[in-house]
Design a protein around this ligand. Structure first.
Ligand SMILES: [Fe+2]
Length: 252
């Protein structure tokens, strides 16, 4: 069969490492969301990240009211299992865990109850919103998050369909109080042309200092390892520093 989509020849050096050493967004813990289904897969994914230069990995399992009601217990148990298995297998990786909170009614209940949320670092939480329908009360939710003393990161703003039509929304999300986190694979078109264009716009305009792998499975890892894609990641990120959570805490 003809390969109409044969990729161009590589004419420049492929970067050995990813443009960051801490990954702040991944689904590598076994069996608790739509990411890794078992510990063997978790180890393969973590080893793969290590080979790409990731030294510290903050796992962020989904917490979605009608799908994955994870909590500190389910997440920490999966984290401990993974840490132990890494040690046994001789895989060196600094592992910790937080969560990726869908900003739904269940999240608002948790916020209202006042139990501590799972943070990436300090008071920083990772959040997401639905892909296809604009959340009506996002401003109010963000204000409530800040009022409770948390600082929200919005995961993959480039993937929300309603913002892809209007790039001005990205600056508005920042004004609203979100730090923006682009997905690495958006930059090479993995999630489609629109997400690619939006992700590149966000980085070009310096609206984001956070990039995540959002790694769920081997297919994601293969795409991240792809030499053509690694050159694209390098071009899009330049010499900028990403995922410095200490720096994020200091920013207004
Ligand atoms: Fe995610």
């Amino acid at each position: 069969m003809f390969n109409f989509f044969k990729k161009k020849k590589i004419t420049e050096p492929v970067p050995e490492k990813l443009p960051f050493t801490t990954d702040i967004h991944s689904h590598i813990l076994p069996g608790i969301d739509d990411g890794s289904p078992d510990i063997e897969t978790s180890l393969e994914l973590i080893q793969g990240l290590g080979e790409l230069g990731i030294r510290k990995c903050i796992a962020t399992p989904h917490i979605i009211g009608d799908m994955f009601r994870n909590n500190a217990d389910t997440i920490n148990m999966a984290l401990e299992e993974t840490k132990y298995a890494c040690e046994e297998a001789g895989i060196e990786m600094e592992l910790s865990a937080a969560a990726e909170y869908m900003l739904d009614d269940y999240f608002l209940e948790l916020l209202k109850k006042g139990d501590p949320l799972l943070t990436l670092h300090g008071n920083i939480i990772l959040t997401e919103i639905p892909y296809t329908s604009t959340p009506q009360n996002l401003g109010e939710i963000t204000a409530a998050i800040h009022e409770k003393g948390y600082r929200p990161i919005l995961a993959h703003p480039e993937r929300y369909h309603y913002y892809q039509q209007n790039f001005e929304e990205y600056a508005r999300l920042k004004q609203m109080g979100f730090a923006l986190q682009v997905n690495l694979l958006s930059l090479c078109g993995y999630y489609g042309k629109r997400a690619e264009k939006a992700a590149r716009f966000i980085l070009e305009k310096e609206l984001a200092i956070l990039i995540g792998t959002d790694l769920h499975h081997q297919k994601h890892l293969d795409a991240i390892k792809d030499p053509h894609n690694r050159i694209i990641f390098q071009h899009c990120t330049g010499n900028n520093v990403f995922n410095d959570l200490e720096l994020l805490l200091k920013l207004k």
